[in-house]
Design a binder for this molecule. Sequence first.
Ligand code: AMP
Ligand code: MG
Length: 341
Amino acid sequence: MKTQKLAAHEVEAAAAMLRRGGLLGIPTETVYGLGANGLDPQAVAAIFQAKGRPQDNPLILHIPSADWLERFCQDIPPAAWTLAERFWPGPLTMILTRKPLVPDVVTAGLDTVGMRCPAHPLCRAVIAAAGVPVAAPSGNTSGRPSPTNAADMLEDMEGKIDGILDGGPCSVGVESTIVDLTVQPPRLLRPGGVTLEELRDALGEVAVDPAVQRLMGAGEQPRAPGMKYRHYAPKAPVTVVKGDPARCAAYIAAHLGPEDGVVCFDEFAGDYPGHTVEALGPAADKAAQARNVFDALRAFDATPVPAIWAQCPDEAGLGLAVANRLNKAAGFHIIDLEGEP
Ligand code: AMP
Ligand code: MG
C-alpha cells in the first residue's frame, strides 16, 4: 500500500480515510497515533496488524470533546468530570466502564475503555470531521520507541498505513497519563504529560500501580494486559544510572565500553568524546527531556552502538514519566547511586 502524506490543511481527506475504514497516522500533543474508526472492528484489527501489537493490549478511544464520553461509557464517576474539566483537552486518558457498543477489539475484551480528548487542534478537527471516535495506540512498531514527529512514524509505518497527517513535532513527547477511575482510590497506570501531583491535587488520594516503577514478576497480574510488555526499546541494551546528575555522569564515563552510546543531560554532553551522545535536555528541564526521550532512544538504531547508558531525572513532576520510559527501555536494568556514599 502507498502511504499518502497529508498536510495540515487536508483534514477532510484525513477524515474520509478514517470513515472508509483506513489507517491514519494522526498527530497528537503527546506522540503520533495510529488511528482507525473506533466503531469499526475490522479497521481496528488492522491497527494490531500494522504494529505487530499483541491482541490483548487495548487501545485508547480519542474523542473531540468531553460531551462524547456518555456515548461510549457508563457509570461515569464524578471524578471523571472533575478531571475532564481540568485537564481536557490534554494528555490524560481515563479508564472508565464501557458501553456495549465499544467493540471488543478496542478494549481487548475488557469491560473498561481508555478515553482521551487530545489537545492537538488538528487531531480534534479530524476526529470531529470523521464523526467517529478514533481508536489509536502510539504509531510505532510494537516494542519500539514512540514516534514524536511524522518522519519517525513513517520510518515504522510507510507502506503499512493509508495516510499520515503531518501536524508537526509533538509538544509533550511522552504518551498520555493513564488513570483508572473504575477503582477506589483512582490508580495511575501510566505516568505521562499530566503529573501525579496534578492528579492528586484534583482528586485527593491517587494510588500508583506497581508496574510504573518496577518490572512485574512472572506470577503477577498487571491491571491491564498491555502493561507487561517490553516497551520503547532501541536495538542495543540500555542501562539507566540514577542519582545525582554529576555522579551519574562520572559513573557512566568510568564504566562505558569504547563503542557504547550515552543519553545524558545537556550539561554532560561534552564528557564522552569519541562516543555517540544523545542529549536529553537540561538537567532541570523535564519538559524538554519528555520531548526528547523517544527521539534520543530512536537515534541509536541508526548507529552500531553495542550498548547504551542513560542518565535519568528524579521522579518529581514530569520526571516520573521520563524515568518510566527510560526504565522500560532498559527493561528496568537500573544502577541506583542514590544513598551510596
Ligand atoms: P499506547 O498509547 O500505544 O501505549 O496504547 C494504549 C495504552 O492504553 C496501552 O498502554 C494500554 O494498555 C492502555 N489501555 C487502553 N485501554 C485500557 C484499559 N481499558 N485498561 C487499562 N489500560 C488500557
Ligand atoms: Mg505505545
